[in-house]
Design a protein around this ligand. Structure first.
Ligand SMILES: Cc1cc2nc3c(=O)[nH]c(=O)nc-3n(C[C@H](O)[C@H](O)[C@H](O)COP(=O)(O)OP(=O)(O)OC[C@H]3O[C@@H](n4cnc5c(N)ncnc54)[C@H](O)[C@@H]3O)c2cc1C
Length: 440
């Protein structure tokens, strides 16, 4: 019999959202998950499944039952011929990488951190960059899902294909994802080259940058023209690193956090901080080489608030210049660095922000120095207005103010997803406050 805990408090990684679930479960088997769902049906409770708890919004919160998938974390099968791996959905990508290394395999793209689960990253449409690469969920070739009534559905292109097209970005609202099969590629090394540029140069030569580097992205430093360009490309060079404790930690973390905290009393300092730290840390060329997962991911040191919308790729220049003009016209609105700009291939997953279009993701950030929230409402609202104007769709894991009316306009297949959700979960067992705004 699965044991449920009372009094557990859940908080997301950034400590920006939390909740007190009525009961908290850590099942170790499919049978135990089925028991939790049976109990929820009996007591008319809602259920929320949580993975790594990294989503910077309340998407993983509930006041009902919470199922933490941390004990469902095994690699079930590695098919070296097809280069596919089947894992339990609660596995952290950080634990999957060494297993793939052993078999000479890797994922072709990853997000910035690996303390996230297979079920979680596909649930929220996690992405990285590279115009030939889709969001992480495009690497899923099959998955199994336990529905609200306890039955298990196997989904792939050839089995329950309609549900599969929905469930690869599932928002946690279709059921409990039990296993995920991922298409891998042969293990590879990446060379990361970082160099300084300007916003005009990058925006005027976007196509050329996208052609030059497989995993191209750039960081814009608001309140300035400064840009740091990051190319990541396959290499056969041996591992090398430009990491340096003094510059990365003493300056890039401790001094920066202190100055950001000072700027909460003197907001006018933020522009200076952005320019000063670009000059200190991003003004030269740097190179790093390593296994792909060690280059794709990096240590995120700051707790933060973020927004990250996907807009049609061809709107990149218009949107960024408008954001820049907005900041110039409103000197009281301050923006921390960086605005991170990434590119992703279009796909056919019903609620993927990249549904049917190649996209540019534009991630804005406001840090929480020493846990202190910095006013961000005006920046957030201005950004959202621009994103909506250029046809953007918000990242599901990151905070946004959109409701069903917005999503109906943004997603051509929204009604199809709703019909599938209502069929798999007719009583709304897997809904929470966040998802009610999406679906009602
Ligand atoms: C420091 C940091 C860096 C990040 N970098 C990136 C980035 O580079 N790119 C990007 O796109 N995002 C990024 N994110 C966001 C992150 O990738 C997503 O929030 C991702 O969903 C986190 O995975 P998780 O396992 O923590 O999911 P959770 O936050 O635990 O859950 C996310 C959703 O999935 C559902 N869910 C999880 N597991 C299951 C399951 N087994 N069955 C059913 N539903 C489930 C939850 O209910 C919830 O709805 C970052 C976040 C942080 C904090």
């Amino acid at each position: 019999m699965v044991h449920g805990y009372k009094g557990v408090k859940f908080q997301n990684w950034a400590r920006t959202y939390g909740c007190c679930p009525e009961m908290y479960f850590q099942p170790t088997s499919v049978e135990e998950i089925r028991e939790v769902l049976a109990l929820a049906r009996q007591q008319n409770k809602r259920v929320k499944v949580v993975g790594g708890g990294h989503s910077p919004s309340d998407i993983a919160c509930t006041d009902g039952f919470m199922i933490h998938m941390g004990m469902m974390n095994r690699v079930l099968k590695v098919d070296t011929e097809k280069k596919q791996v089947t894992v339990e959905a609660g596995i952290l990508l950080a634990d999957l990488h060494p297993q793939l290394d052993k078999h000479g395999l890797a994922l072709s793209t990853l997000g910035a951190v690996s303390d996230v689960t297979a079920g979680g990253v596909i649930g929220s449409g996690t992405h990285n960059t590279g115009i030939k690469h889709g969001i992480l969920a495009t690497q899923v070739v099959a998955l199994t899902l336990m529905m609200a009534d306890g039955t298990i559905l196997e989904c792939s292109e050839s089995s329950n294909a309609e549900v599969f097209q929905a469930a690869r970005v599932h928002l946690g609202c279709l059921g409990v994802i039990l296993t995920v099969t991922l298409q891998c590629v042969p293990q590879f090394h990446l060379q990361e080259t970082t160099f300084p540029s300007t916003l005009n140069e990058v925006l005027d030569n976007l196509d050329s940058h996208l052609k030059k580097s497989e995993y191209f992205r750039f960081l814009w430093f608001p309140h300035s023209e400064n840009v740091s360009v990051i190319y990541q490309d396959h290499t056969t060079k041996p591992p090398s690193s430009s990491a340096n404790w003094f510059w990365d930690y003493a300056i890039g973390f401790y001094l920066l956090e202190f100055l950001l905290w000072i700027s909460t009393f003197l907001p006018g300092l933020v522009g200076w901080i952005n320019r000063f730290f670009f000059w200190l840390l991003f003004n030269g060329k740097k190179e790093n080489c390593n296994l792909s997962h060690k280059i794709f991911t990096y240590e995120c040191r700051f707790k933060q608030h973020v927004q990250d919308w996907a807009i049609p790729r061809e709107k990149t220049k218009e949107a960024l210049l408008e954001l820049k003009a907005m900041l110039e016209a409103n000197p009281k609105v301050v923006a921390h660095y960086p605005v991170e700009v990434r590119f992703t291939r279009g796909d056919d997953i019903l609620l993927s922000p990249c549904f049917q279009r190649d996209s540019c993701y534009m991630n804005i950030i406001m840090y929480r120095p020493y846990g202190k929230d910095v006013p961000r409402l005006d920046y957030w609202l201005a950004y959202e207005t621009i994103m909506k104007k250029v046809g953007g769709r918000p990242h599901w894991a990151k905070a946004h103010n959109c409701t069903r009316k917005d999503f109906e306009k943004m997603y051509p297949a929204f009604q199809r997803f709703c019909a599938i959700r209502e069929k798999l979960d007719p009583t709304g067992m897997f809904l929470n406050a966040y998802l009610e705004k999406v679906f009602y």
